[in-house]
Design a protein around this ligand. Structure first.
Ligand SMILES: *[C@@H]1O[C@H](CO)[C@@H](O)[C@H](O)[C@H]1NC(C)=O
Ligand SMILES: *[C@@H]1O[C@H](CO)[C@@H](O)[C@H](O)[C@H]1NC(C)=O
Ligand SMILES: *[C@@H]1O[C@H](CO)[C@@H](O)[C@H](O)[C@H]1NC(C)=O
Ligand SMILES: *[C@@H]1O[C@H](CO)[C@@H](O)[C@H](O)[C@H]1NC(C)=O
Ligand SMILES: *[C@@H]1O[C@H](CO)[C@@H](O)[C@H](O)[C@H]1NC(C)=O
Ligand SMILES: *[C@@H]1O[C@H](CO)[C@@H](O)[C@H](O)[C@H]1NC(C)=O
Ligand SMILES: *[C@@H]1O[C@H](CO)[C@@H](O)[C@H](O)[C@H]1NC(C)=O
Length: 275
């Protein structure tokens, strides 16, 4: 390889690093290949189009999963086993995480709280000590960081903000927990960033308007049409460009070309946010 020859129009990622990396996606049906089925799609399927091919998206999101079941089924572990230093991991949960473990017949909800609370339940004829969303994702994130990867903790995608007939978006508690995880593990200085994806996607839905929203949440108020999956991927990219995570160096689009009538613009960031 003649690495000393830098092409005059080489993108920033090429100039910064000659080694290829993987961007691993961990999440639920709103991100996963095939979405929630029934002709819906996950936004992770469209992310590669905005990225330099020197970083490859591995969409390991899986429908129906929560922070708890992604951990229990070894899905974080499978990524940990394969990632190499310099890779990035995006973690996004929340749609399948809320409830009370003792009465959850799908054995997937987390223990309520944002600390070390535990909820012992019987699952598969064994005791499962259910942890909080914060415990599961801090655990996964710190293992990824320990292996030299960097981590993006993101708020979940919005449910249809026009569901009531007028636009209304309020971040769920998982947006706050996600911010809190990134902050409590040391934030950008430690290689872990928060992306306000929910707010960026909601901004796009607001700008597209009610008729668009009603048509593109085709199955229920959570799962996305392929078009909205692409819009939400682009909204995520805008969130990356408006933040500080160096993974933005792989984005092929200029910020000025991303901002506009569909996606809107950078959202004000609270100075304490670890973006
Ligand atoms: C790195 O990615 C580029 C662009 O996709 C590709 O041409 C090249 O073969 C890759 N190199 C390695 C070692 O995989
Ligand atoms: C993505 O990563 C998972 C977990 O390591 C692996 O099983 C899967 O084959 C990968 N997918 C692709 C397309 O490389
Ligand atoms: C921490 O992560 C490892 C690797 O994914 C997993 O085996 C372990 O069960 C996790 N522990 C908790 C409390 O989530
Ligand atoms: C749990 O135990 C009961 C009684 O021993 C047994 O009938 C059942 O098949 C077990 N279930 C699983 C999932 O192992
Ligand atoms: C699949 O989507 C159609 C609308 O496109 C809806 O009528 C139907 O109930 C959905 N099926 C399931 C299983 O959600
Ligand atoms: C960036 O450009 C690519 C190629 O034109 C396009 O597929 C992608 O949707 C764009 N991304 C954004 C965020 O505009
Ligand atoms: C910034 O956000 C954090 C977390 O949501 C919050 O605790 C803090 O009060 C906010 N600060 C300002 C100045 O809004």
């Amino acid at each position: 390889m003649r690495l000393s020859i830098l092409l005059p129009f080489a993108g920033p990622a090429l100039a910064v690093s000659c080694k290829n990396h993987t961007l691993w996606l961990c999440g639920d049906s709103t991100m996963a290949p095939g979405g929630g089925h029934n002709h819906t799609e996950g936004w992770g399927q469209y992310l590669q189009y905005s990225l330099d091919p020197h970083i490859r998206v591995n969409n390991s999101a899986y429908a129906g999963r929560s922070a708890r079941t992604f951990t229990r089924e070894g899905r974080f572990q499978a990524i940990f086993d394969k990632l190499t230093p310099g890779d990035w991991v995006v973690i996004q949960f929340g749609h399948n995480d809320g409830g009370i473990p003792a009465t959850d017949t799908k054995y997937r909800v987390d223990c309520p709280g944002m600390g070390t609370e535990t909820c012992p339940v019987t699952y598969d004829n064994q005791t499962e000590i259910v942890q909080t969303y914060v415990t599961y994702l801090k655990n996964a994130s710190s293992t990824f960081l320990s292996k030299g990867a960097r981590v993006l903790i993101t708020s979940p995608t919005p449910t249809n903000p026009f569901e009531s007939g007028t636009y209304s978006f309020n971040p769920t508690v998982y947006a706050y927990y996600s911010w809190y995880i990134a902050q409590s593990l040391g934030g950008p200085a430690a290689g872990i960033y928060y992306v306000s994806h929910g707010a960026y996607a909601a901004q796009a839905v607001r700008l597209l308007g009610q008729a668009s929203a009603d048509a593109n949440y085709p199955m229920d108020n959570t799962h996305l049409s392929p078009y909205y999956a692409d819009v939400f991927a682009r909204a995520f990219v805008l969130g990356l460009k408006c933040g500080t995570a160096p993974v933005q160096g792989y984005v092929v689009n200029a910020t000025s070309r991303i901002e506009g009538d569909v996606l809107g613009t950078c959202l004000p960031a609270n100075a304490t946010l670890p973006i």
